[in-house]
Ligand binder design. Structure first.
Ligand code: GLA
Length: 730
């Protein structure tokens, strides 16, 4: 029985991925397949496949075959989490949606469709409940499938929306999960668990993406790694409260899902009003690197692609903190320019009464006390020195001890007359209040208009706790706040074309593709200790390509962990992102500066590759040693790093392998040591002669297959040391 007679069957294909959906019998679309490309499908064979995938009617189940739509519906017998939960004061709580139209790239589809990449738009209605649902499923050229759902109230006012999630069907073979947790200073800690019956649910109620955010939830075949196994992943592209989940029903049906997490009563729709959920992205790949590369392609294909010649940045935070002393900052700018720094960023402390973190937040007016002549004396000099200037803001926040909070206590987000518990001595400004929004926008706009500012570091340093709208009786307002935050970003960008914005939130607590549609890089973490950063960079690249990761070289002793690291290790860690310095250069020794300069030169010489290539992370048997790199798209060259985090398990008979190059081409692999030899170095025999005062070695010429499958003998290094290797096709 070909299923195609009963309604649309859609096969979308892109970059080796297939999505086969059926929306037969007027039902919401269900994923028959989401995974590797299915070659050779035509109407007949697709219809047969759809028919053949219909499960039997199980004993003691509903008397119809179970079928899970991308927005799963309770009425079908699905006893797992429904995609939509909405009601009218407890009535009309179980939607039964019927498809009214289905289009691919704007053309109605009633039967078989095969093509892609492309956009499927499905409209459905439940006349009894008086709701319409629009589903958009977009298979991007990267093979990433993103989905979003929009609900419209077509009836009486007062439809409360509790939840609207979209799901991706995954096969039963995907039995292992990987997602992330973390905390301040240690973002994106991977965690693995089995997918068992029931739900693995990551709920975020922190009002920001959060440093313990799931970021991505992967399900894969047993033992999946960077190159091994089949992996399916979802990412909820939303900077407010949100969910990621994996669910396995008793029936065996399994899904990955995501959406916004709505607080009680947060979304109530009047007649004709709509609620749009966020984009939820899904990527399938062979191994985690493949999944990551697909996400990188998404980010790299956005309208405003960042330049791969990203400027070397100096951020003054760990250099001066709140000590805004003009002569000191001018001296720092001179030193930075002399080293080859290209962007100078003034951090917290330039405005209002903000001499420490107890006051002034929210008053975006240059402080007369510390900047009697405004910021011009600094900015003019920075620009004269050939650098761009960047400035810190924390637009959504206020200290209670600020002019704005004193004048408008009603603009502080709160669920009750008393304000929420403080965090970093601050409260959240309710941007959904038009006057509060206008206040921030106008003050920021005035600064951005008055001065030559190329870059904004946009911070957000507390969770949203009891974040309600005081002017509306304390109604929950995180949803509105998140939308207002996006609006503010968009408005300021539109008013200041070319302005770059960094998404920072107590370090790396706002890293998601929602904010990254509107910003240009993230601050990965407040912890710049390279030992910890190796892990955080490694895992943040699971979502974002390296050019989006703010990555600084800090002082020898880490301000966060107190550990001391050689400059070599700090720099070899930082060059795999958007490089910067966050260090009081006045306290650096001549020897340190002499070592730092060649690292900046190395970055500049290689950034076209470092910030554009394909990320490769090797699966190593010994997790004390990491190997990762970046390979040019045409596989003509690559840069790899061997990172020794702790004394290796075995020595001396260990090899390092490099994946991602052309198996048949030959490459000259050279060890490169821009700042000199790392501590404890005992080169391997194949390194050959040192060249250029030991800045590199002659190396060896080997095939790509030899590098990937046989490998090169490892040198020996002390713990917390790294060596870089360049590979160039000969
Ligand atoms: C946050 C940021 C830091 C710095 C401080 C300033 O913690 O993550 O980089 O900007 O705020 O107060």
């Amino acid at each position: 029985m070909p299923a195609t007679t009963a309604g649309p069957t859609v096969h979308l294909r892109a970059a080796g991925v297939s999505v086969l959906l059926e929306a037969t019998e007027g039902r919401l679309p269900a994923m028959v397949h989401w995974g590797p490309e299915l070659p050779g499908l035509d109407e007949e064979s697709a219809g047969a496949l759809v028919a053949a995938s219909v499960p039997m009617v199980g004993p003691n189940n509903v008397d119809v075959p179970l079928r899970v739509a991308v927005v799963p519906e309770h009425w079908t017998g699905w006893s797992g989490r429904p995609g939509l939960r909405a009601s009218r004061d407890g009535r009309s709580w179980s939607a039964r949606l019927r498809v009214t139209s289905l289009e691919v790239d704007g053309t109605p589809v009633t039967g078989w469709y095969d093509g892609g990449p492309g956009t499927l738009v499905v409209r459905a209605t439940d006349a009894d409940a008086a709701i319409d649902l629009e589903l958009v499923l977009e298979l991007l050229p990267s093979g990433v499938l993103r989905q979003r759902a929009t609900l419209t109230n077509t009836g009486e006012p007062g439809l409360t929306v509790d939840d609207l999630c979209v799901t991706y069907r995954i096969p039963t073979e995907a039995t292992e999960l990987l997602d992330f947790s973390g905390r301040w200073g240690r973002e994106r800690l991977p965690q693995r668990t089995d997918l068992v019956s029931g739900m693995h649910l990551r709920e975020n109620r922190r009002g920001r993406t959060a440093n313990d955010g799931a970021t991505l939830l992967h399900a894969g075949t047993p033992g999946f790694g960077f190159a091994a196994g089949d992996v399916w992943a979802v990412h909820t592209a939303w900077s407010g409260n949100h969910t990621h989940y994996a669910e396995r029903a008793f029936t065996g049906e399994s899904v990955l899902g995501g959406g916004e997490l709505l607080l009680s009563g947060e979304v109530r729709l009047g007649t004709g009003a709509s609620y749009a959920g966020p984009w939820v992205y899904g990527a399938f790949g062979h191994g985690l690197d493949d999944v990551a590369r697909r996400f990188h392609r998404v980010q790299r294909s956005r309208e405003r692609r960042v330049d791969t010649a990203r400027p070397v940045t100096l951020n003054v935070w760990e250099a001066v903190y709140f000590d805004h002393d003009l002569p000191r900052l001018l001296d720092l700018a001179e030193r930075a320019a002399a080293l080859g720094v290209e962007r100078f960023v003034l951090d917290d402390g330039w405005f209002g009464s903000r001499r420490d973190d107890h006051s002034g937040l929210g008053d975006w007016v240059v402080s007369q006390d510390v900047w009697p002549d405004g910021l011009a004396p600094l900015i003019d000099r920075v620009v004269e020195l050939g650098m761009e200037f960047g400035l810190w803001f924390e637009p959504e926040m206020v200290n209670p001890d600020s002019d704005v909070a004193r004048a408008h206590p009603e603009w502080v987000m709160s669920a009750r007359p008393e304000w929420p518990v403080e965090s970093r001595h601050q409260q959240v400004l309710d941007l959904a209040v038009p006057e509060a929004y206008a206040h921030v926008r106008d003050q920021m706009d005035a600064i951005l208009t008055e001065y030559d500012i190329a870059y904004v570091k946009w911070d957000h340093n507390r969770d949203l706790v009891e974040a309600g709208n005081q002017l509306d009786g304390g109604r929950a307002a995180v949803h509105e706040q998140t939308l207002a935050f996006y609006r503010l970003l968009e408005e300021l960008r539109a008013g200041h074309p070319g302005l770059e914005i960094e998404s920072c939130s107590s370090g790396g607590a706002r890293v998601d593709l929602g904010v990254l549609e509107r910003t240009d890089r993230v601050w990965v973490s407040d912890n710049i200790d390279p030992h910890d950063r190796q892990h955080m960079m490694r895992w943040t690249t699971q979502l974002l390509p390296p050019e989006y990761l703010g990555s600084h070289i800090a002082s020898g002793r880490s301000h966060t962990t107190g550990r001391i690291h050689d400059l070599n290790f700090r720099a070899a860690t930082a060059v795999f992102g958007h490089l910067g310095i966050e260090w009081d250069l006045a306290s650096a020794t001549e020897a340190e500066l002499a070592e730092l300069r060649p690292w900046l030169d190395f970055y500049k010489a290689h950034r076209d590759l470092l910030l554009d290539g394909e990320v490769v992370r090797m699966d190593t048997a010994d997790d004390r040693v990491l190997v990762h790199g970046v390979v040019a798209h045409d596989a003509s060259r690559a840069v790899f790093a061997q990172v020794v985090l702790d004394s290796p398990r075995h020595q001396p008979v260990t090899r390092i392998t490099f994946r991602g190059l052309d198996p048949e081409r030959r490459y000259r692999v050279r060890p490169v040591l821009p700042g000199g030899a790392p501590s404890g170095l005992r080169p391997a025999a194949w390194w050959g002669e040192a060249e250029g005062d030991g800045a590199s070695y002659a190396g060896v010429v080997v095939t790509g297959a030899g590098l990937a499958l046989v490998g090169l003998a490892s040198p020996s290094l002390h713990p917390d040391q790294a060596v870089l290797y360049t590979a160039e096709a000969v």
